[in-house]
Design a protein around this ligand. Structure first.
Ligand code: IMP
Ligand code: MG
Length: 184
């Protein structure tokens, strides 16, 4: 079968598999430098983190543990409301743990602003935010990633975990969606 079923909806490729792979390895090295010997707890933000996290933890090669948290932020058509709700909570005690939060993209900042505070109230010793993509032009909350893969322009991107209406997460690269896909 032709593998164009998803790529035909892509306007242009923003980041190739190779570019992502190379950058994730650099982020992994950086995490190793910062966290080896500290047994950190990676906390992935579902669902978007799943591809990035899988590559990142293997690139970092740190003795560590993995955990996931599910959140949803209520949005109207154009704007994040800023209200974030936990849809799947942590399954273990994080008291005194060094937490590495793994996100697909930092956009308005509402999700990570909420999560950082939430994890600190649960007793985390520290939180470090690692996001693959950063869209600083859309920030509403005063939050910065400690590590990010790529800064991206204000365009809606999909692939490598990122979705539009839950689709395209399984594309191996990151691309900009064709505008007509939104108006279907
Ligand atoms: P924030 O709370 O506005 O920072 O939103 C972060 C979440 O919005 C991410 O975890 C994504 O799920 C979603 N998001 C923001 N921008 C994009 C995009 O360009 N493509 C896909 N999802 C996005
Ligand atoms: Mg997400």
């Amino acid at each position: 079968m032709a593998k164009s079923e998803m790529s035909q909806d892509i306007l242009r490729v923003l980041l190739t598999e190779e570019q992502i792979h190379e950058r994730v390895n650099v982020l992994g090295d950086e995490l190793f430098e910062r966290f080896h010997g500290k047994n950190p707890l990676f906390v992935g933000v579902l669902n978007g983190c799943f591809v990035f996290m899988s590559d990142l933890v293997r690139a970092a090669q740190i003795k560590s543990e993995l955990e996931f948290i599910g959140v949803s932020s209520y949005k109207n058509a154009t704007k994040s409301s800023g209200v974030v709700q936990i849809t799947r909570d942590l399954q273990r005690d994080i008291t005194n743990r060094d937490i590495i939060i793994v996100e697909d993209i930092l956009d308005s900042g509402n999700t990570l602003y909420f999560l950082k505070n939430y994890l600190m109230t649960k007793g985390a010793a520290s939180t470090t935010v690692v996001t693959l993509l950063d869209k600083p032009s859309r920030r509403e909350k005063a939050i910065k990633a400690d590590l990010f893969g790529f800064e991206v322009p204000d365009e809606f991107v999909v692939g490598y975990g990122l979705d539009y209406c839950q689709q395209y997460r399984n594309m191996p690269y990151i691309g900009v969606l064709k505008p007509e896909v939104y108006s279907k």
